[in-house]
Design a protein around this ligand. Structure first.
Ligand code: FMN
Length: 443
């Protein structure tokens, strides 16, 4: 390819599709069942417009912030993804790119590279865990990540083992040896650049999860690890508090969609939550994360930090999420497309695209800092937002709604007032109250 640089994430995705064997590409697209949530995650950002100013723009703009005590040169973080075989440098390349662009790396416990190598590439790394295995095994994994220098823990709990996609699931072998490579040849041979990148290093993707390796044992295969996870009884809120306590440092609960869960997370003592639906990989028809963000952010107020992940493909999406109450966003597929398209440089390319788009949005809306973005900068259609789990405190926009667009019941107090109408209120104004306190008051 003459010029490896790409100008949008959409182009990175096109190149990733060309370069990767269809089974690897299919594993990144993922999604579940009808794929409505994954579609809504992306599509909902397009429903929100900007309300730009014509003059009075600021000549320089500060995009920096922090999440969980870690500095970010702009409000984007790498969301953990447990995927294998995208690129031989895998998460180490992603981590280097994140370090070079001044942002935090999130490393999945299902990832293909050991936490020690990833932290060496970027000291600002958060280690991600699922609720899987025995408590002793979880303690051992946390100890290892802590020793490696991970600065925080992400506990991802929004997974209910939904399976089956209407467009078909990719076939992925348990391990790759010469025999499986021969079987997979028709899938792999049309993508020689991908294969060559591995062969140049005299290796094949090994499809194991090194961060789940027990002391003195061997790393489980990806499928072995998944099986252990399926056999583990699901966690309670007490388990969440236990995990946070065992970790003893900055702690993010990832996968929150409901107000009641957000308030329970406050009670469990977390540092941050991510409003997330696992990139549309959990229960299909869960609404887009950007629809749920305003009510969750308003409910927890300043008690904990709120980030969002799901559907972010442009710098403008980052601006919209920040304007609606997120301190930062985490990205998943966007950097995976960059990694597949052009390794570390491809991830840097994606981060530069997001940074540039965010800066344009801050410039156009007349701000000097990313912290000044607010609902007044946006045009939000009526019925856009979704408030989940509000119980008796509900009534602001008609409850859960669906993934696909507005329901008749959804009016929208959490949506912004008309753009430019002067109110900066919108979603940030509800009183924050931990759930235990709210429940005690009800009695
Ligand atoms: C292929 C793939 C693998 C993922 N693996 C994990 C994982 O191991 N741990 C986790 O917390 N989230 C995982 N996620 C979810 C991402 O962290 C993130 O929530 C999601 O990708 C955000 O949506 P986006 O891809 O539209 O940015 C995965 C997502 C994808 C697409």
């Amino acid at each position: 390819m003459a010029n490896p640089w790409f100008e949008t994430v959409a182009e990175a995705q096109r190149r990733a599709q060309k370069r990767l064997p269809s089974s690897v590409y299919g594993a990144l697209v993922a999604g579940s069942e009808r794929g409505l949530t994954i579609e809504d995650n992306i599509g909902a950002f397009s429903e929100i417009g900007f309300a730009p100013h014509v003059a009075g723009h600021k000549p320089s703009r500060d995009l920096s912030t922090s999440v969980m005590g870690l500095p970010l040169s702009f409000p984007v973080m790498i969301s953990p993804t447990g995927v294998q075989a995208v690129h031989p440098d895998g998460e180490v390349a992603v981590s280097r790119a994140a370090a070079n662009r001044g942002i935090t790396m999130g490393l999945s416990s299902f990832a293909s590279k050991p936490v020690e190598e990833v932290v060496a590439a970027n000291p600002n790394t958060l280690f991600q865990m699922y609720w899987t295995g025995t408590r002793d095994a979880m303690i051992q994994r946390m100890d290892r990540a802590r020793k490696a220098g991970a600065r925080g823990l992400i506990a991802t709990l929004d997974w209910s083992f939904s399976n089956g996609r209407d467009w078909g699931s990719p076939s992925i072998p348990e391990k790759l040896d010469l025999k499986t490579m021969v079987n997979f040849a028709p899938n792999v041979l049309p993508h020689p650049a991908w294969l060559l990148a591995y062969l140049r290093r005299r290796e094949l993707p090994d499809l194991t999860a090194p961060n789940l390796q027990p002391p003195g044992g061997v790393a489980p295969t990806f499928f072995g690890a998944y099986y252990e996870w399926m056999q583990t009884p699901p966690p309670t809120w007490e388990d969440v508090a236990w995990l946070r306590e065992e970790w003893g440092g900055p702690f993010m609960l990832k996968g929150v969609t409901r107000i009641d869960d957000a308030l329970r997370a406050v009670d469990a003592g977390v540092t941050a939550i991510s409003v997330s639906n696992h990139g549309g990989n959990n229960l299909d028809t869960t609404p887009a994360t950007i629809r749920m963000l305003p009510s969750v952010a308003a409910a927890v107020g300043d008690q904990i930090e709120v980030v969002l992940d799901g559907g972010v493909r442009r710098g403008g999406d980052v601006a919209k999420a920040v304007a609606l109450g997120a301190r930062a966003v985490m990205i998943g597929r966007a950097y995976l497309w960059g990694l597949a398209a052009n390794g570390q440089a491809g991830v840097e390319n994606v981060l530069d695209i997001l940074r540039g788009g965010l800066d344009s949005a801050v410039l156009g809306t007349g701000h000097a800092s990313v912290h000044e973005l607010g609902p007044d900068d946006l045009v939000i259609p009526e019925g856009f937002t979704r408030t989940l789990g509000a119980g008796s405190a509900a009534g602001d926009d008609g409850g859960a709604g669906g993934a696909a667009g507005s329901s008749a019941a959804a009016s929208s107090a959490a949506a912004a007032p008309p753009a430019g109408a002067g109110s900066k209120a919108g979603p940030r104004t509800r009183t924050a109250k931990p759930l235990a306190k709210a429940e005690a008051e009800k009695k």
